[in-house]
Ligand binder design. Sequence first.
Ligand SMILES: Nc1nc2c(c(=O)[nH]1)N=C([C@H](O)[C@@H](O)CO)CN2
Length: 117
Amino acid sequence: MDIVFIKQLAVDTVIGVYAWEKTIQQRLFFDLELCTDIRAAANADDIRQTLDYAVVCERVTALVQSGPVELIETLAERIAAMLLADFVTTQVMVQVDKPGAVAAATTVGVRIVRSRH
Ligand SMILES: Nc1nc2c(c(=O)[nH]1)N=C([C@H](O)[C@@H](O)CO)CN2
């Protein structure tokens, strides 16, 4: 299967478990992979026949900024569910990086893979 991917999409939002985190914006980064068949789009050279990664970025950014949550796991699951429901894809990978969370680490985060049932 082919993959449309997005690396290190930056989104500022209110995210975190602790009280001090609920009053500030923090930057998260998203890596996304959407499994799809790109051959029809390639043959026709037609954006309408593939996943538009710019639209995916807009949708993910809007979802992340739609309201505060505590866990990056919550965002990963919501993003995966939205991508599977609204785009022509059979399986998605969603990685959420929160690089400011642990000073001694370059980054921390979660990565999930979800498929259409
Ligand atoms: N598995 C997770 N662990 C932690 C999370 C999280 O979202 N998932 N969040 C925090 C705090 O919000 C932390 O980022 C504050 O620095 C701690 N652990």
